[in-house]
Design a protein around this ligand. Structure first.
Ligand SMILES: C[S@@+](CC[C@H](N)C(=O)[O-])C[C@H]1O[C@@H](n2cnc3c(N)ncnc32)[C@H](O)[C@@H]1O
Length: 423
């Protein structure tokens, strides 16, 4: 594609994304579906340009007014993903001079907001938690996320999958904490890979794998994945149960559960029972009162732990939205907890980094439910020989009560999890 045409396409995609009426990944996928002639390189340029604009929106909004032409074009020029001379061949002389000026701006001369590119309401909660770690997080969020795989322990060994990928020209290294994880450099297409089609692995962030380890579902047990969605964690739980026992995958979205079905077929699991529920107090839930060995509540959340891959979320969420979400999270956790049997385990998890969705929910639940005894996430993971388990945790007297993962510290998305045992 000619550089000018590619820049025009980038500008159009930036324009569509900045309406914020749908998630950026959905808008990008739709754009690709509508423009089937785009090659892999052009797609990469388009997607990365849009994601850079979303990541650095405050800075680019600050620089854009000094240029001319449609705003989305100026933003696409600033965020363009690709060689500088390729981009410059699409620009007018005036645009080239403007871009030179923008590139000459030194970070130290910028205001703080133009360096962190975060909405104000999100800055303080992050600074309060991270102190000096705030800026390393900011830098990490700009790098984008890697690609992690979870090897399906039911079907394959990690070393064998690693070798097979290597033979297919894909370099993968074991993840540092999860015994099932492989981390891949770049973003190779995997959906036609033979090992993938055989069900030997799934794409899953190492953080999600660690959540499944915290649940530690065993052979023959009765387990519920309460907010199963497309079943990422369901599949990990099913494999750790070695496809025995009974694993219910509940979700209010039948549409999301539908996406679990082909994954289940590949995985070889025969113990998974997906079921759409109307809400968290559904009759299905009531019928299982006191019957479950393990219940995972992977609660709906703001997703602010996934900003590396979903940078639009910081512009699509608000503090009012967080508060609304917290009410829902508390209600789901309370209702799901009724299914746990005496001696059983309850795990509450989010992919958010905000205490309002995490510690606050866990603390309020613990205070209202003295029959649930908090478990130390650090101890649960150390018992499964997760290396450096305490470094993955925070909270409680010994700093090991909750699983608390951060992109800049652990190379995963941001995750929180709390676990309890029912008396
Ligand atoms: C964080 S996502 C789950 C991701 C999934 N566990 C995975 O690993 O791929 C949260 C899910 O909660 C579901 N949900 C929202 N409200 C719910 C409710 N009241 N009861 C059960 N599920 C709910 C959403 O449809 C969404 O799929």
């Amino acid at each position: 594609m000619h550089p000018k045409a590619l820049l025009d396409a980038c500008s159009e995609l930036v324009r569509l994304t900045l309406k914020f009426d749908h998630p950026a990944d959905a808008i990008v996928s739709r754009f690709f579906r509508d423009n089937r002639g785009l090659g892999p390189r052009e797609r990469a340029t388009l997607a990365e340009t849009v994601y850079t604009v979303l990541r650095k929106k405050l800075l680019f909004d600050h620089l854009a007014p000094s240029g001319s032409g449609p705003k989305e074009r100026r933003l696409a020029i600033l965020g363009f993903y690709g060689p500088g001379d390729f981009l410059r061949s699409a620009l007018t002389d005036q645009e080239k001079r403007w871009l030179d000026q923008c590139e000459a701006v030194k970070p130290e001369d910028l205001m703080e907001r133009h360096r962190h590119n975060l909405p104000e309401w999100l800055v303080q909660p992050l600074k309060d938690q991270l102190g000096a770690g705030f800026w390393p997080l900011v830098e990490n969020l700009n790098l984008g996320a890697g690609l992690d795989l979870r090897v399906n322990a039911l079907k394959a060994k990690r070393a064998d999958v690693q070798k097979e990928l290597q033979q297919a020209g894909i370099k993968a290294v074991p993840t540092p904490f999860s015994p099932w994880g492989l981390r891949i450099a770049g973003k190779p297409a995997l959906n036609k890979n033979e090992a993938f089609l055989r069900g030997d692995f799934e794409v899953q962030d190492e953080g999600s794998q660690l959540l499944a380890m915290l649940v530690d579902a065993k052979r023959g047990e009765m387990v519920v994945d309460f907010c199963a969605g497309a079943g990422g964690k369901t599949l990990a739980l099913g494999a750790s149960m070695r496809s025995t026992g009974r694993l219910y995958a509940f979700d209010t979205s039948a549409h999301r559960l539908d996406a679990l079905k082909p994954r289940m077929a590949r995985s070889g699991l025969s113990n998974v029972h997906p079921a759409a529920i109307a809400h968290e107090r559904d009759d299905r839930v009531k019928r299982l009162t006191g019957k479950l060995d393990r219940v995972l509540v992977d609660a709906p959340c703001t997703g602010l732990g996934t900003l590396r891959r979903n940078p639009d979320l910081k512009w699509r969420q608000t503090m009012a939205g967080v508060e609304e979400m917290a009410v829902k999270q508390a209600a789901i956790l309370q209702s799901a907890s009724r299914m746990v049997k005496s001696g059983g385990r309850l795990v509450y998890a989010t992919c958010s980094v905000l205490p309002q969705e995490n510690e606050a929910i866990a603390e309020a639940f613990a205070a209202a439910n003295p029959d649930f005894v908090p478990l130390s996430a650090g101890e649960v993971l150390a018992a499964q020989k997760v290396e450096g388990a305490p470094s993955l945790c925070a909270g409680g007297e010994d700093g090991q009560l909750y699983l608390r993962l951060w992109p800049h510290r652990h190379g995963t998305d941001g995750f929180f999890a709390a676990a309890w045992q029912k008396k």
